[in-house]
Design a protein around this ligand. Structure first.
Ligand SMILES: *Cc1c(COP(=O)(O)O)cnc(C)c1O
Length: 400
């Protein structure tokens, strides 16, 4: 069971109620010191193995923190043109890798301006764009699908689930890849994990090497994708290092990892205040000024119960069901127990909220976008954004 205090390690030296007293809610609070803590762990893996680690921007792209992250990682991994451009602009001089399930004709040349490594999801995309990328001196790779599922219960996050469109299977590889195409490849990419430990990586690698290994002899690199929960306290880093060294030495390649979550694990909070409190059918309800559907949709998509500061999940304390102001019935964060009564106006703090939040939010129901703050490593608080009504309106039509 995950230690629910871990997400609040970054708050251990402050009294959040005092410290955040004047901050308008809802907001995201990114914790720079915790990002540094995560990045130091990742850098130790790089230092010990030579593996290069990239930030998967789709998970976290608050570029004001890129200046910190660049000290530890080799660059960024993008999902398409915009993230590639962001990585190139905001982490200049570092590597920019891009993977997209399909590239657009009208964007590919622009992507070539920003990215140095381009990964294709299918043999047809490799055939269509591979030559052009090579002419621009890019390194190109193909994403493979080992068809080896190591996760159960959430197919939406499992690239190896049946009928997944992601990655080339061994069957397609052997039917469609000519020697010429194989020789064009600088690298191979696979991404099959999600919040997983290195035993799942090891098992996956066995299958990858068994099925595809005979094609790996002339490669420059192999990219193990993301989903490695390297910075979690129970992660087996020694096994990861053995996996990296094994592949690196066997095929004489560079190894890339592109985690998102591990870079910013437990490095952010959502601050929210209680708008209403009432009893209904024997349940205590709290309505807070944030929305799961709008501000941290993974809570509903995955789904999971996000850690809440000072809440207790056991014992005989007071049970509250915490819901949100939108009209969506299911926009409920979850049921939590507290030692003390919670009142209207109280501050609540959800933890582990740097990942898949600020880059995934929306203004459904006209919910405001929460402003984004960073708590610097000296605990000084800086506001990064100033969202308001126009940010809601501009996405819907022409501003007059
Ligand atoms: C999502 C994704 C990542 C990052 O995954 P995390 O679970 O955030 O570590 C890396 N690479 C690819 C191709 C992805 O789709």
């Amino acid at each position: 069971m995950k230690d629910l205090r871990e997400p609040f390690l970054g708050l251990k030296d402050i009294n959040p109620n005092e410290y955040f007293k004047n901050i308008k809610t809802p907001c995201y609070m990114i914790d720079e010191a915790m990002i540094i803590k995560d990045c130091e762990i990742l850098k130790s893996v790089s230092d010990r193995t030579g593996a290069k680690i990239l930030l998967a921007e789709k998970c976290f792209s608050n570029f004001d923190l890129y200046d910190v992250i660049r000290n530890y990682l080799a660059g960024t991994e993008a999902s398409g043109l915009y993230e590639a451009r962001l990585g190139s602009e905001e982490m200049p001089g570092k590597e920019v890798h891009v993977f997209s399930a399909a590239y657009r004709d009208d964007e590919f040349e622009e992507i070539l301006k920003y990215a140095d490594h381009i990964i294709f999801n299918s043999v047809s995309q490799l055939k269509k764009f591979g030559k052009l990328a090579k002419e621009h001196n890019k390194e190109i790779g193909l994403r493979i699908n080992p068809e080896f599922s190591t996760q159960i219960g959430h197919e939406i996050y499992d690239p190896c689930s049946s009928l997944s469109r992601l990655g080339v299977t061994i069957n397609s590889f052997e039917h469609e890849m000519t020697d010429e195409l194989i020789n064009m490849l600088d690298g191979i990419h696979f991404h099959t994990l999600c919040q997983q430990n290195s035993d799942d990586l090891e098992n996956t690698l066995n299958v990858v090497l068994d099925k595809f290994g005979k094609y790996f002899n002339n490669l420059k690199w192999i990219n193990f994708g993301g989903g490695h929960h390297i910075t979690r306290s129970d992660y087996d880093i020694e096994r990861l290092i053995r996996c990296i060294n094994l592949v690196k030495n066997k095929y004489n390649v560079d190894i890339y990892l592109e985690p998102g979550e591990a870079v910013v694990l437990n490095a952010g909070y959502v601050l929210t205040r209680v708008l209403d409190s009432f009893d209904k059918n024997g349940m205590n309800f709290l309505i807070v000024d944030t929305s799961a559907a709008c501000h941290f949709p993974d809570v509903l998509e995955m789904p999971f119960l996000p850690p809440l500061y000072n809440a207790d999940l056991k014992g005989n304390d007071i049970l509250y069901r915490i819901g949100c102001p939108t009209c969506l019935t299911g926009d409920v964060i979850g049921n939590y127990k507290f030692k003390n009564k919670i009142n209207v106006g109280d501050l609540l703090i959800f933890g582990d909220m740097a990942l898949y939040t600020t880059c995934k939010n929306n203004t459904f129901n006209g919910m405001p976008l929460p402003d984004i703050y960073v708590m610097k490593k000296d605990k000084k608080i800086i506001k990064l954004t100033n969202f308001g009504y126009n940010d809601f309106k501009m996405r819907l039509g022409k501003l007059r």
